[in-house]
Design a protein around this ligand. Sequence first.
Ligand code: HEC
Length: 129
Amino acid sequence: MKFRVLTALLLAVFSLESAASGQETRDLVGFGALTFADNCKKCHQIDGYGEEALYPSLRDPALLANKKLLIETLLHGRSAPRRNGGEEDLMPALEFLTDREISAIIAFISNTWGDEVLLVSEEEIKAAR
Ligand code: HEC
């Protein structure tokens, strides 16, 4: 538990130092860091590199600029492996996350590992459900 809180804090601090500007965006990115730690870290790892041959790295600026692919992947998961990942351990559908949580995760990962922060409105996510 302690470790979890610490890593979440580290993530939040890390993201504050990178590209996001504006208080609202910083808040969203910070919330995204916590949400990432809770829902994504176990597969993609805290540093986003994932695990070779199992979970793909998220540290890919082209991927992190692809709004449609990110929304689709998070909401619906993958039914067949497109990258690495075995049949039994595919990217799960995470439709139980709220629109704000998904928006925050996308802001966090793009801000931290992409070229620039990708802001997706909650309405855009709702429409893709
Ligand atoms: C149970 C493990 C698991 C969890 C939890 C998980 N993922 Fe994944 N994710 C995968 C696997 C496996 C793939 C590769 C699927 C494939 O082969 O196309 C993947 C693919 C992706 C991709 C697409 C990569 C690409 O280049 O196509 C993105 C983006 C992604 N995950 C983001 C996330 C985020 C953000 C979260 C948390 C909200 C998350 N994942 C949670 C296992 C997981």
